[in-house]
Ligand binder design. Structure first.
Ligand SMILES: *[C@@H]1O[C@H](CO)[C@@H](O)[C@H](O)[C@H]1NC(C)=O
Ligand SMILES: *[C@@H]1O[C@H](CO)[C@@H](O)[C@H](O)[C@H]1NC(C)=O
Ligand SMILES: *[C@@H]1O[C@H](CO)[C@@H](O)[C@H](O)[C@H]1NC(C)=O
Ligand SMILES: *[C@@H]1O[C@H](CO)[C@@H](O)[C@H](O)[C@H]1NC(C)=O
Ligand SMILES: *[C@@H]1O[C@H](CO)[C@@H](O)[C@H](O)[C@H]1NC(C)=O
Length: 531
């Protein structure tokens, strides 16, 4: 009570001065009024009565500032419509007074000596910009502070609040402060969220909700969608994925559908029971031959066997072996995808064009190379050497194109088949007139004329020179040896291949002694064929 009465006394003293010049503005008063001569002693007296007054510990040099702060106080008291100015001066009400509020906030000396009677400060709705008005916090005794609806930004000086132990109402709503740990600070726990609405201090509930919605709904959905897309691509169109993801050799029904233009008729190049052969274009632009087996009910085991076989076939690499690009093991269809070649089969070639000896020899050597490769590298892979199954490219390169993995047929059987192929290639079957009697009849017919009457066996269109007739005889001899099942079990297919290759090389040397090539690095390649 003592402190308040002391302040009152002091205020009354100045109020009398100020009322006389009231029409003047606070700025004019501050410029014109001087402290009276006994001001020093008045203050000293006040401080003796109430040492808690804010100016009591200041230096004598601050006298002028103290005087000016009383001028500002008297103006503020009236502006704030306090009932008993200046005696008991409980509030600073500058709410919605944007014209004068910044001015009063700029009087640092006033806030420094903030009168103890003030319990409430309202500075709301004044478009105050910039950082938090820290000077206001010198009024540590206040119970209410409203800074809502301003443009304040930056950090709230959390630690400067701690002396304001009596502060029970605080409003910082509608500002642009930086988000801070206000809700975790002990001091601010007495205020609820309505003190900080849209202040920027607390995480925005809307933003939070949006984020929560995003995290809880959109994010999982987008992840699911992405995983779904990725899965769809992996399982249906791995060819659309970057190479690293796609499983090589593995084709899916949608990939085949895309490659064949939806299994369109115009891409269907061949058809037999249960098998459709398409010409397709793969995603990398290359053409492929797609052999499709439409089978619904096929056992799990045979499916697995099919895939295992395809895995082996896809590893075969030889110029005389059709390149298997991959396979498809779909629920409704299985398929083997091989490289596309403009090729006819050897049977048609033989019947159609009665090819000359040197072309036949080229085919023969190609097949021997292919067979040699398979024999050495992939002995478990069987192949079909019938002239009808053997393909022939435009540049007369034969291609073994039908295979059987885990071939159970004996070595004897393989050699027999190889022999039949040799004979079929060289001896024109048509000319034999023995079509009805089948393979054995064909072989018997050859035996009748071998070795004396070779010319009777071969087509004259083969243009065999006297030089070459011995070679033809040699090959037919090997063919007959292979087809003689009573004796061929002593042979090995590799040996037979070697035999043919050696014979061929010796002819080669004989033919071109002047153009003799190095045989060492030629290996088993026989591109240049001389008759
Ligand atoms: C004010 O009074 C005190 C003693 O009461 C004295 O020490 C000080 O010098 C005086 N200051 C002025 C500016 O007169
Ligand atoms: C107080 O301020 C009001 C304007 O808010 C003014 O009209 C009035 O004259 C002032 N009264 C005194 C006593 O200064
Ligand atoms: C803010 O002040 C303006 C006038 O300056 C007034 O129209 C408006 O209603 C006030 N808003 C609040 C929330 O007090
Ligand atoms: C808070 O109020 C009490 C009693 O009214 C008073 O004694 C104390 O000094 C006040 N605290 C401050 C920091 O002014
Ligand atoms: C702070 O001010 C806002 C806007 O004027 C108001 O909605 C809110 O209730 C106030 N909060 C408190 C604690 O008075």
């Amino acid at each position: 009570m003592a402190s308040i009465s002391a302040t009152i006394l002091c205020m009354i003293f100045f109020f009398s001065i100020i009322t006389s010049t009231f029409s003047a503005s606070v700025v004019e008063d501050l410029a014109n009024l001087q402290p009276p001569p006994d001001f020093n002693s008045t203050i000293t007296t006040n401080c003796l009565r109430n040492p808690s007054l804010r100016y009591c510990n200041s230096s004598p040099a601050a006298l002028n500032e103290i005087f000016k702060s009383t001028i500002v106080a008297s103006h503020l008291c009236n502006e704030s419509k306090n009932p008993n100015c200046v005696e008991s001066f409980p509030k600073i009400d500058l709410g919605s007074r944007p014209k004068i509020t910044p001015l009063y906030l700029s009087f640092t000396f006033f806030w420094k000596f903030c009168p103890l009677t003030i319990l409430s400060i309202d500075l709301s709705n004044n478009s105050i910009k910039g950082s938090f008005p820290v000077d206001v916090l010198h009024c540590t005794q206040i119970q209410a502070l409203d800074l809502s609806h301003n443009g304040l930004s930056g950090d709230v000086p959390i630690h400067s609040f701690s002396p304001l132990t009596n502060l029970t109402r605080l409003n910082l709503s509608y500002n642009h402060f930086s988000e801070s740990k206000i809700s975790e600070t002990e001091f601010f726990k007495r205020f609820d969220a309505s003190s900080f609405l849209h202040s920027g201090l607390l995480p925005d509930r809307n933003k939070f909700t949006i984020r929560a919605v995003f995290l809880l709904v959109c994010f999982p959905i987008s992840v699911i969608v992405m995983v779904g897309c990725f899965g769809w691509l992996c399982f249906r169109r791995p060819d659309l994925l970057p190479r690293a993801f796609g499983r090589q050799n593995k084709f899916t029904p949608p990939m085949l559908k895309a490659a064949t233009g939806g299994f369109s008729r115009k891409n269907l190049v061949g058809k037999s029971e249960g098998v459709d052969i398409y010409r397709g274009v793969l995603r990398d632009g290359s053409e492929a031959r797609i052999e499709i087996y439409w089978d619904d009910d096929i056992s799990r085991e045979s499916r697995q066997r099919f895939v295992e076989e395809c895995k082996v076939l896809a590893q075969l690499r030889h110029k005389n072996i059709v390149r298997v690009l991959g396979w498809c093991n779909g629920r409704r269809l299985r398929a083997i995808v091989t490289e596309w070649m403009e090729a006819k089969n050897v049977e048609i070639w033989l019947l159609g064009s009665s090819p000359p000896w040197k072309h036949r020899l080229k085919i023969l050597m190609g097949v021997v190379e292919g067979v040699c490769y398979l024999q050495e590298e992939w002995p478990q892979v069987g192949y079909d050497l019938r002239t009808a199954s053997l393909m022939l490219s435009d540049d007369l390169e034969p291609l073994i194109s039908r295979f059987k993995v885990a071939d159970q047929s004996s070595s004897t059987r393989k050699i027999y088949k190889f022999g039949v192929f040799l004979l079929e290639l060289i001896v024109n079957r048509m000319s034999s007139d023995e079509l009805e009697s089948g393979e054995q009849g064909f072989i018997d017919h050859i035996r009748v004329h071998y070795p004396g009457n070779i010319r009777k066996l071969i087509d004259e269109k083969m243009k065999v020179t006297e030089n070459s007739i011995d070679r033809v005889r040699q090959i037919i001899g090997i063919g007959l040896m292979c087809t003689d099942q009573s004796s061929n079990h002593q042979l090995h297919l590799g040996q037979i291949c070697d035999m043919i290759i050696r014979a061929y090389e010796s002819w080669d040397v004989l033919e071109s002694p002047t153009h003799k090539r190095s045989h060492g690095d030629r290996g088993k390649g026989h591109k240049d064929i001389q008759s």
